[in-house]
Design a protein around this ligand. Structure first.
Ligand SMILES: Nc1nc2c(ncn2[C@@H]2O[C@H](COP(=O)(O)OP(=O)(O)OP(=O)(O)O)[C@@H](O)[C@H]2O)c(=O)[nH]1
Length: 492
C-alpha cells in the first residue's frame, strides 16, 4: 500500500489515534490531496530537526520561521526528490508547541509521495493521524477545546458568516468569556473556603459572602443571556433549516431549482409531482441555508403516497427554523372576490393547507408566485414587506427574495463580528446549562432562612467550575476528544 493509500485509508477513530506518544515525530501532507501548484508537508515532534539535517544540505538549522530554498533529498539513497522551501519552527513557538518544520514542494503526486516516503524512512517518524497536529497543540496547552472546535469549523466553513464565526472561536472569542467566568468562580470559591476555614477564629472582610452571592447572581444573568441567544451560533454552524410549503402546483419545486441553479427537484404541470422531501444546502448572502422542497399540501387527498409525502412535509414544518410559503397567484385570482384582503385570503389558505397553528408573521416568507400570469394585476394592490412577488419562470422578483431571505438569516444567525460570541455546539449548551443549574442551587442554599451551609455552597461552585473546565478542555475524556478530533483531516 502506498503512503497516499495509507492517508486515504486511515480510519478516523482508529485506536492508534489516541495512543498519544509525544516521543514519535509525526508528518503529513497538510495541503489537499491530489495535484496542485505547491504542496506543504508538515513535521512535528522531538526529531523534527532531523528531517531538515538529513533531507537537505544544511549543516545547521535555518533561522526560525524564515524560508530557505534547498534541494530536498531522500536521507538513505541521497537522491534529490525536489527543490523547495524549508521552514523551521522551534518549539514551543510553533503550532503544535513542539519542534516543527515544513517542506513546501511542487504539488505533483510523485513529488509528495517521495517526500512522505523519505520522512517515513527516518527513525521514530510516523504518518500523522487525522487531527494529530492539533491534538498535540491542545495537549501542549497551545489551544483550548473551544479553540480546537473553532479550528475544526474553520476547515469545514462553507459560507462567509460561518468562516467569521469559526475564525473568532479559533482565536479565543468564546474561551475568553469562559475563562473570565472561571476566574470569578475560583475567586468566589476561595472566599467561601476562607469563610469555612477561618470565620470562627479570624475577622474576615465584612460582607464577603454577600459579595460572592452578588457576583454569582451577576454571572447567572450573563449565563442566561448567553444561553438564551436564540441558538444563533448553532444555526450558523449547522445551517438554517428552511421548508418550502404550499398547495400542489404552486411552484415550490420551481422555486427550489431557481435558488440552487439546477434541476434538483422534478417540475411538471401535473399536480402532486413532488412526493418526497428534496433537500439542498445553499449559501445565501454568506449564510448557510438547508432548503427542503416538500409535497404539495392537499387535505382532501386520498392517495396513500401523497398522504405520506404530506406527513413528511408537516414534520419538517414543525422542525423548521424558517418557512417559505408559496401561493399561486392564479389560485388567489380565482377566488379573490370572496376576500376583503390578501391577508384574509392567506389565513384561509393556511387553514386549508392544514397549518392552522402557523404564525405566518414570524420566520415566514410568503411568495406570491407566477406573477407573469397576473393578468388582472392583482399583485399591484399587495404591499406587505413579508410578501415577495415572484415569477419562477421569468425570475422577476428573485433579487427581492434573496434580499428578504438574507435579512431573515441575519436575524436568525446574527452577525459574528458585530455581536457577543455565541456558542455553537450542543456540548457547550449542555455544559453551560449544568453550570447555570449548579449556580442556581448555590443561590438557593445561600438564600435559605436558617443559616446556609457554606460547605454545600462551596461544593456547588466546585461543580460549576468543573462544568466550565470541561467546556474549555481542562477536564476532559477520551470520548469527547474522539468526537472533536474526528472532524479534522490528516495534516491538521
Ligand atoms: N408561468 C409560470 N409557471 C410556473 C411558475 N412557477 C412554476 N410554474 C409551473 O407550474 C407548474 C408546477 O410547478 P412545480 O414547481 O412543479 O410546482 P409544485 O408546487 O412543486 O407542485 P407539486 O409537486 O404538485 O407540489 C410547472 O408546470 C411549472 O413550470 C411561474 O412563476 N410562472
Amino acid at each position: 500500500m502506498t503512503i497516499f493509500q495509507r492517508i486515504l485509508n486511515i480510519p478516523l477513530s482508529s485506536s492508534i489515534f489516541y495512543r498519544f506518544n509525544s516521543n514519535s515525530t509525526i508528518f503529513a501532507l497538510s495541503s489537499g490531496l491530489g495535484k496542485c501548484g505547491v504542496a506543504v508537508v508538515r513535521v512535528s515532534g522531538t526529531n523534527a530537526n532531523y528531517a531538515i539535517t538529513q533531507m537537505t544540505n544544511l549543516k545547521n538549522l535555518p533561522e526560525p520561521r524564515k524560508a530557505v530554498l534547498q534541494n530536498i533529498k531522500h536521507p538513505l539513497t541521497k537522491e534529490i526528490i525536489d527543490k523547495g522551501l524549508v521552514l523551521w519552527f522551534p518549539g514551543p513557538r510553533s503550532f503544535s508547541g513542539e519542534d516543527s518544520c515544513e517542506f513546501h514542494v511542487h504539488g505533483g503526486i510523485a513529488v509528495v509521495e517521495g517526500i512522505l516516503n523519505a520522512l517515513n524512512s527516518l527513525p521514530n517518524f510516523k504518518l500523522a493521524d487525522p487531527g494529530e497536529f492539533t491534538k498535540r497543540a491542545f495537549l501542549n496547552g497551545k489551544l483550548d477545546l473551544t479553540e480546537v472546535e473553532g479550528l475544526a469549523d474553520l476547515l469545514q466553513a462553507e459560507t462567509e458568516a460561518q468562516r467569521k464565526q469559526a475564525f473568532l472561536q479559533s482565536t479565543g472569542s468564546l474561551s475568553k468569556s469562559y475563562k473570565k467566568w472561571k476566574d470569578l468562580l475560583k475567586q468566589s470559591l476561595a472566599n467561601i473556603e476562607a469563610d469555612i476555614d477561618f470565620a470562627e477564629t479570624e475577622t474576615l472582610d465584612y460582607g464577603l459572602l454577600e459579595k460572592v452571592e452578588q457576583n454569582i447572581k451577576n454571572l447567572c444573568k450573563e449565563l442566561e443571556n448567553h444561553l438564551n441567544d436564540g441558538c444563533k451560533g448553532e444555526l450558523l454552524r449547522n445551517g438554517v433549516k428552511t421548508v418550502i410549503l404550499g398547495e400542489p402546483n404552486a411552484g415550490k419545486s420551481s422555486l427550489l431549482n431557481l435558488l440552487c441553479h439546477r434541476p434538483a427537484s422534478i417540475v411538471t404541470p401535473i399536480s402532486g409531482t413532488t412526493r418526497d422531501v428534496i433537500e439542498v444546502t445553499l449559501n445565501i448572502g454568506g449564510y448557510p441555508l438547508v432548503l427542503a422542497d416538500t409535497a404539495g399540501l392537499n387535505i382532501n387527498s386520498q392517495d396513500v403516497i401523497e398522504i405520506e409525502g404530506m406527513n413528511r412535509a408537516r414534520d419538517l414544518y414543525r422542525k423548521a427554523d424558517l418557512i417559505i410559503l408559496v401561493v399561486n397567484i392564479q389560485s388567489y385570482s380565482s377566488v379573490q372576490e370572496r376576500y376583503v384582503s390578501f391577508n384574509d385570503y392567506l389565513k384561509n389558505y393556511i387553514s386549508d393547507l392544514g397549518l392552522s397553528d402557523m404564525n405566518f408573521r414570524k420566520n415566514c416568507i410568503i411568495i406570491l408566485n407566477k406573477i407573469d400570469l397576473d393578468t388582472r394585476n392583482l399583485s399591484a394592490n399587495i404591499c406587505d414587506k413579508n410578501v415577495v412577488k415572484l415569477s419562477c419562470k421569468s425570475e422577476e422578483g428573485i433579487i427581492d427574495l434573496i434580499d428578504i431571505l438574507t435579512k431573515h438569516l441575519k436575524v436568525l444567525c446574527g452577525e459574528p463580528t458585530q455581536e457577543h460570541p455565541s456558542m455553537n455546539q450542543l456540548r457547550h449548551r449542555q455544559e453551560l446549562e449544568k453550570c447555570y443549574h449548579n449556580l442556581q442551587r448555590f443561590l438557593k442554599e445561600s438564600e435559605r432562612k436558617e443559616s446556609p451551609d457554606t460547605v454545600i455552597m462551596a461544593e456547588y461552585i466546585r461543580k460549576a467550575l468543573r462544568n466550565l473546565g470541561k467546556l474549555i478542555g481542562e477536564v476532559t475524556s477520551e470520548e469527547i476528544l474522539d468526537i472533536i478530533f474526528k472532524d479534522f483531516c490528516i495534516g491538521k
